[in-house]
Write a protein that binds this ligand. Sequence first.
Ligand code: IFM
Length: 484
Amino acid sequence: MNRRDMLISGLAAAGTSLLPGNSNATAKQNKMTQVGVFPPGFLWGAATSAYQIEGAYREDGKGESNWDRFVLAPGKIKNGNTANVACDSYHRYREDIALLKALNLKSYRFSIAWTRIQPTGIGAVNQKGLDYYKRLTDAILEAGIRPFPTLYHWDLPQELEDRGGWPNRDTAYRYAEYVDIVLKALGDRINNWSLFNESKAFTQLSYWLGVFAPGRKDPLAFLKATHTVNLAHGLGFRAIKAVNPKINVGSVFDVSPHVPATDSDADKAATSAMEKLSNTWFAESILTGEYPDGVLPPDQQAALLGFQTGDDKIMHADLDFVGLNYYSLTRVTATKESNGIPGMHLKADWAVGPYEKTDSDWVIYPQGFYDILKRMQLITGHRPIEIAENGAAYNNQPDASGQIHDPKRIEYLRSHLNALSRAIADGVPVRAYHCWSLMDNFEWAEGYSQRFGLTYVDFENNQKRTIKESGYWYAKVAKENKVI
Ligand code: IFM
């Protein structure tokens, strides 16, 4: 079972059905807009994350992360892979920036490893870690590319995990200290920062389903983790604004349209609850300071979350922009059994239905990209949206001449970019798109078995990077600002 199956099987969900598509007005607008054409100034980019590409896991004073520890546990990662070397981007970052240039990209989304900055997550700062990200940032800027870092993409200092990890409220305060350190060092050269990547995915997979570090299977710990992460958003937001109020602060949320398995009232109700837990539990709570109704029993919610008086004010953050990641569709079924969350009797599946799937077994559903953007706009309002991730795993290998033909990735990207262009034409304020990923990398519990890259990486031999056919195609899209 892959991680998305794990993510969702056993989670029961409830929810809202897909939002309606075009109104008459938007249909008219659509006719006037050519599908696949993007507005002038639209920003094209690619994304990676520190743990998935950097390697150098013990270099220059870096501390141990929860993932450094987790990969050592037998049976947790496919083929026993680790990310100790990964793409070796810590040493090869200039090559990787050259790839971005070759692909005509103008935005690079990467992440910062907390353990390089504060090896234990508490106190002492590791100057060599800060220096590395300064070198990286300066090289990105020299290439005429916008640096677009994420402060937390899942690699928590092991010391903090030992103290309870995200279910421990104190982690939010440690996070804010880390953010302050990073911003004081790098805030002079980077204007757009994301606080977290995919709060839903990592809290569910790490603390509820146990397939991500640290491997806990405790639904109640998961609920506490969600609240700590929301508090950390507010604290981190204010830490950045205290360094420089002009810096733009956002966060990246993973979202998916939820559909009921049948027309039954039970499936529809289950879909409504799960949809909120997945799509709005973080974004809406942070933007408004209030949790959405209809997920947890109201009389138990505060206790389940460890919500204290004043937390509404702490977690509230008027983000300057919102990052959204879209991959696939979620189907929800009501069940007799509880999924471990009080009041929830449901299960949710990712890889189901009469649809074609990618090599990681994820359903391909481009219309869902349009639908979820319209849905999230109800929460995010006027704020600019950046697509921080979208892409597909296809595991094509080099042919005899060393070229990588990956036509299915091109088709996936084409159909999703067309859907995105329709959403923009219908008024969703999306200003950037980042393909996941710049290059093949360490795909968490799947190890190196799933390749999401626009660039092939030869992990076995020499770390050689080869731009795939899809990379050349995407480079043309970026250059012409339209789908070809
Ligand atoms: O590789 C991940 C990334 O770290 C977060 N979003 C989904 C990608 C594909 O699974």
